[in-house]
Design a protein. Structure first.
Length: 333
């Protein structure tokens, strides 16, 4: 057994899952690993999260956010056992019914699931916040520039430093102007691959939450945009518009300001994801993320049509190479 396997067994030995059967689960873009552990006697299951501290994976942040989300009545996994020093958690198993998988089988549930996910955000944003770092314009601008330093450079071998500098200056101004105001808890990866449908629960608790350990304080539009501009699952434009309307009607937020922030934050997130996916392919030999870049590009081009983004739109369009097959091939290891 590896050292980490021994440490994991030491944690599990304190629970009813000692000597359990271990089955690997699909991971994500991080360095975390997941296993389902099944009690041999009663069949009860739990999920083991293996999150190495030396790879900047802090399980304490997950524990803190899980307890916060539970405290406001939302369905984050219960923590059965924790070893924050070595990076292990034993979690409640919320099952395999990710929104994306459910909708592959039952497309007729699409509106119902997206309404439930939108209502969770309405509730979250009306709840008291906890102390978290701010997802502020400086950080967002830095992350957006990954589209130049990782995506464009990965394809072209270099990037236009002057264009990137002009972009950063102008985009920082846009973010300061359009995304200020009330700060709420934003989970930052709120989409159909991180939400689990729990139809046996009631109300908001029907939406199981995952992958929230990177939560920060940010603009209310961010998580709704993340949900609806999903790069892994195409959300119909009609659903997107209805959910934006639903959120605005439920919160009373200013419609014009919210829709503007939605587009600006959409551009920010899609630029960041484009650069992040390119980095995963070129630096970490995870080429399957390249296949998602065309969907990211599509969302980005639509966001850039908003008048609030006119000062950066041409810089992005003229500097970033389009994700055609030849360009994407250059990102593959």
């Amino acid at each position: 057994m590896t050292n980490r396997a021994i440490l994991a067994e030491a944690l599990i030995a304190q629970t009813e899952w000692a000597d359990a059967i271990h089955t690997p689960l699909a991971g994500d873009a991080s360095n975390r690993r997941y296993e389902r552990v099944t009690n041999k006697v009663n069949g009860a299951t739990a999920v083991l999260m293996d999150s190495p501290p030396d790879k900047n994976e802090d399980v304490a942040a997950f524990v803190r956010m899980a307890k916060y989300l539970q405290s406001i009545g939302l369905s984050a996994p219960e923590i059965y056992a924790e070893d924050c020093e070595y990076g292990f958690l034993l979690l409640e198993d919320l099952g395999d019914d990710l929104f994306a998988r459910v909708l592959e089988r039952e497309a007729e549930l699409e509106r119902k699931l997206y309404e439930a996910a939108t209502d969770v955000l309405v509730h979250l944003h009306a709840s008291p916040v906890i102390p978290l770092d701010s997802y502020d314009p400086a950080i967002m601008t830095e992350y957006s520039a990954l589209a130049f330093t990782k995506y464009a450079q990965g394809i072209l071998g270099a990037h236009d430093v002057d264009a990137r500098s002009r972009f950063e200056l102008r985009f920082s101004d846009i973010l300061h102007r359009e995304t200020g105001g009330n700060r709420v808890v934003v989970q930052r990866d709120y989409h159909a691959e991180n939400l689990i449908w729990l139809p046996n629960r009631t109300g908001l608790r029907r939406v199981g939450l995952l992958d929230f350990q990177s939560a920060m304080l940010g603009h209310p539009a961010y998580d709704l945009m993340s949900l609806l501009q999903d790069v892994r699952r195409s959300v119909p434009i009609g659903i997107e518009m209805r959910m934006i309307d639903r959120y605005i009607a439920s919160t009373g937020i200013d419609s014009h300001d919210f829709r503007t922030a939605y587009a600006v934050l959409g551009a920010q997130r899609n630029l960041r994801i484009m650069g992040g996916f390119a980095r995963l392919a070129t630096d970490y030999e995870k080429p399957h993320y390249v296949d998602l870049i065309p969907a990211v590009w599509g969302h980005l081009m639509r966001d850039l049509e908003h008048p609030a983004l006119v000062s950066i739109a041409d810089i992005v369009r003229n500097t970033l190479p389009p994700p055609n097959p030849d360009n994407l091939a250059r990102l593959r290891p």
